[in-house]
Design a protein around this ligand. Structure first.
Ligand SMILES: [Fe+2]
Length: 194
């Protein structure tokens, strides 16, 4: 029998795990290429290097059949009109799915099938679960005025591939609009600037 202490972990919906196994922080300067409005991104980088998001991970086991639990938070904010978001990734083992559980705040998940490019956005926030099927790149966006917090539960064997989605980016971006968040094609943001 495995050590029972390894199987339990305390967490708080606002702050995550009491003792995460690892923590990754992404600041604005780490997110080159993520925001469609490159001029706004460069201007924002000159103004500072705020925390954009962080992920704490609980890794009770690393075997083929194990699960990892990530606790993610995205700070409220924008670059130009684009809401703060994660880099996004597809799993190295692309067939492996993931479950996101919204804990706090309001936002979106951008989902893009890496086989045919089909994409959609679904709301993620407190009280909502999103199932991310295999072969689907996923990015999380905070469109609210407070921090967005969520769990992601995925196979320990899934791995994270950031390069694939950086080369063939998500088709949609979420912009702050007067009447609420607006989803627009990425190329439109680029076209607005040229
Ligand atoms: Fe994932």
């Amino acid at each position: 029998m495995v050590d029972i202490e390894r199987l339990v972990r305390d967490f708080n919906p606002e702050h995550g795990f009491t003792e995460p196994d690892s923590v990754t922080e992404r600041r604005l300067h780490d997110l080159s290429g993520v925001f469609a409005d490159t001029a706004a991104y460069e201007a924002a980088c000159l103004a500072g290097n705020p925390l954009v998001y962080s992920v704490q991970i609980f890794t009770p086991g690393g075997g083929e059949g194990d699960l990892h639990v990530g606790y993610g938070t995205i700070e409220p904010g924008t670059v130009g009109s684009e809401f703060f978001m994660t880099k996004g990734h597809v799993h190295e083992r692309a067939e492996m799915a993931e479950v996101y559980i919204g804990l706090r705040g309001k936002g979106y998940m951008l989902l893009q099938d890496v086989r045919d490019g089909g994409n959609r956005a679904v709301e993620l926030g407190e009280g909502r679960i999103v199932y991310v099927p295999g072969h689907t790149a996923h990015r999380t966006v905070n469109s609210g005025s407070g921090r967005l917090a969520y769990f992601g539960i995925y196979s320990a064997a899934a791995g994270h591939d950031y390069r694939r989605i950086a080369e063939d980016d998500f088709d949609a971006v979420v912009l702050r609009g007067a009447a609420g968040p607006r989803l627009v094609p990425r190329r439109e943001v680029r076209d607005m600037k040229s």
